[in-house]
Write a protein that binds this ligand. Structure first.
Ligand code: HEC
Length: 142
């Protein structure tokens, strides 16, 4: 990340100096300003994101219920593709018996060969978001 930021900054400097002869200061500033967001964009979970909250996908930790509603409900409320339904104690009991660490692991990593893909397909979910959603589903299904 640092490298990308540094690279973008250098690129901005290079571009602005390369065209400096033909541009006013105001135009140069406008170019630097336009280029800047590239260097400031960040990946979720990256500690450098703290300085650029506007581009962070998920700045606030979400509750398990919020994550579930946004990312898990589509399958886990209907049982689509054989997903254990929220609230179905029978469907969940055998899974809960494996222990929470196992369920956190399958929540994040998915269950190979099934509809349960990594993070249920929620690429904007942090691992903690998924753990919270697993907690929410387990708490509501026993
Ligand atoms: C596209 C459908 C789909 C979505 C979306 C989805 N799941 Fe699943 N999930 C499944 C299916 C299917 C299974 C059953 C897999 C199997 O056969 O063991 C499953 C199983 C699970 C299990 C139990 C795995 C085990 O080890 O027994 C957990 C935990 C889980 N999902 C968590 C989540 C969480 C958390 C989300 C949202 C972030 C989510 N799922 C979103 C389809 C989905």
């Amino acid at each position: 990340m640092i490298n990308r930021v540094a690279f973008s900054f250098l690129a901005a400097l290079l571009i602005s100096s390369a065209v400096a002869a033909d541009l006013t200061n105001a135009q140069r500033d406008a170019i630097v300003e336009r280029i800047k967001p590239v260097g400031e964009s960040c990946v979720e979970g990256d500690s450098t994101c703290a300085a650029a909250p506007a581009t962070v996908v998920s700045a606030e930790p979400r509750t398990g219920e919020e994550v579930y509603n946004a990312a898990c409900m589509a399958c886990h409320s209907t049982g689509a593709a054989g997903a254990p339904k929220y609230g179905d104690a029978v469907a969940w009991s055998g899974r809960i018996a494996k222990g929470m660490p196992a369920l956190y692991a399958t929540g994040v990593g998915g269950v190979p060969g099934t509809g349960m893909i990594a993070k249920g397909g929620c690429m904007s979910c942090s691992d903690d978001d998924v753990y919270a959603a697993v907690d929410y589903m387990v708490a509501g299904s026993q």
